[in-house]
Write a protein that binds this ligand. Structure first.
Ligand code: ASP
Ligand code: MG
Length: 418
């Protein structure tokens, strides 16, 4: 007997027919004698619809009331799944965020989970009752409803799994696992048996949208064993306990799943970055701080930074990237401080893509970056900026060259399936 948390995303919950399929999967897990808690997303598209209602009601809506509105999507699917499970002869009930409760801070629309009360929940699960929990929602200390930020149901599931000390947290989605790269770009992309928390964190943060980034860091911190797998399967499919999907594990556990370590685990392309170049910035102490301090104060996340060699004595160009969503705020801040910074021109560019190669293997191997640079050079792809971490190398290139770059690198690192 095991304790399993199962999480189903919006496409898996979209409509009564799909909810019935989800209920079958849950029933099958419960029939193994396991204690089961299910965390659900709203039906695909419903959260967007609710967000739009708020915007239409008042562009400057109160985030506390926004949370009341958008949390409703998950309340509907939680109730519907409980009803459907009951129709299949299972004992099931819903546990809304405020009923457990799931305690969060009061940062409405992007709240963080503090703790979860599990006594009643666990007693109910032990008695054979399937717990159905709406993802994405929680409760502040002063009893206001909160939501966790878009994609937050993944984080709810991991938090519940940590709180009930689940043996595994299975994240069911519309893909059957984590791939070496986007299979829509590279037909020979391979499904990975396992990735490490660190790798998944890097992949999630550079645009692989399988899991909310925050859920991965929480799983890593709490040591929750997570599997990503597909809900779009029929009765003949292998059961979840045989690990048909991708496991997210520690470095040490990885060997159990992979005989041979690849140097690179995955390649991701992120089209949501923007590039800004400031020309003729004074080349003196404090100049760069003048640019980046106000951006940091405005909570704008700057990623890649290059300071070019000055063309004239005493002047230099500075190029950096930030999320495209922050570009308007970013240029606004810098234009207002043009005299204080002392630059000549501000050149924004949104036609860029950040390509990242990720793999724990590069901790102990040299040459990963040079393979990347030379493979791209062979295809005449120009690199506009570079950044690295211990297990990742990212380059910024022209957006039009995204597909070509991903394919070339997938081959160069030996990731193509036979
Ligand atoms: N329904 C929420 C969203 O669309 C949360 C989730 O699905 O994870 O962002
Ligand atoms: Mg999601």
């Amino acid at each position: 007997m095991a304790r399993i948390v199962m999480k189903f995303g919006g496409t898996s919950m979209a409509g009564t027919e799909r909810i019935r399929r989800v209920a079958q999967l849950v029933k099958r897990q419960a029939e193994r004698g396991d204690e089961v808690a299910v965390v659900v997303s709203a039906m695909a598209g419903d959260t967007d619809r609710l967000v739009n209602f708020c915007r239409e009601a008042n562009a400057l809506y109160d985030p506390a009331e926004y949370d009341v509105v958008v949390a409703a999507g998950e309340q509907i699917t939680a109730g519907l799944l409980a009803i459907t499970l009951q129709a299949l002869g299972c004992e099931a009930r819903s546990w809304l965020g405020w009923q457990m409760p799931i305690h969060t801070d009061s940062a409405h629309a992007k709240a963080r989970i503090g703790s979860i009360d599990t006594d009643e929940l666990l007693a109910s699960m032990k008695a054979g009752n399937i717990a159905v929990i709406p993802g994405f929602q929680g409760l502040t200390d002063d009893n206001r409803i909160t939501t966790l930020g878009r994609g937050g149901s993944d984080t709810s599931a991991v938090a519940v799994a940590a709180a009930v000390k689940a043996d595994r947290c299975d994240i069911y989605t519309d893909v059957d696992g984590v791939y070496t790269t986007d299979p829509r770009i590279v037909a020979r992309a391979r499904k990975l048996k396992a990735v490490t928390y660190e790798e998944m964190l890097e992949l999630a943060s550079v645009g692989s949208k399988v899991l909310q980034t925050r859920s991965v860091s929480l799983a890593m911190k709490e040591g929750v064993r997570v599997q990503v797998l597909s809900s779009f399967v029929d009765e003949s499919a292998p059961d979840a306990d045989s690990i048909p999907g991708t496991m997210i594990v520690t470095d040490a556990e990885l060997e159990k799943y992979q005989v041979e370590r690849q140097l690179i685990t995955g390649i991701a392309a992120d089209k949501n970055e923007a590039k800004i170049t400031l020309t003729r910035v004074p080349d003196r102490p404090g100049a760069v701080a003048n640019i980046f301090s106000p951006l940091a104060d405005a909570n704008i996340n700057v990623d890649m930074i290059i300071q070019n060699v000055g063309r004239d004595k005493g002047e230099t160009d500075v190029t950096f990237t930030c999320p495209q969503a922050d570009l308007v705020r970013c240029t606004d801040i810098l234009e207002n401080r043009r005299d204080a910074i002392g630059y000549n021109r501000l050149i924004p560019d949104t036609k860029v893509t950040k390509i990242s190669v990720v793999g724990v293997g590069m901790k102990s191997h040299a040459g990963v970056a040079s393979t990347m640079f030379s493979s791209l050079a062979d295809r005449k792809i120009n690199i506009q900026a570079i950044s690295t971490s211990e297990i990742k190398v990212s380059v910024l290139i022209d957006e039009d060259e995204t597909e070509l770059a991903v394919r070339v690198l997938h081959t160069a690192y030996g990731l193509d399936a036979e």
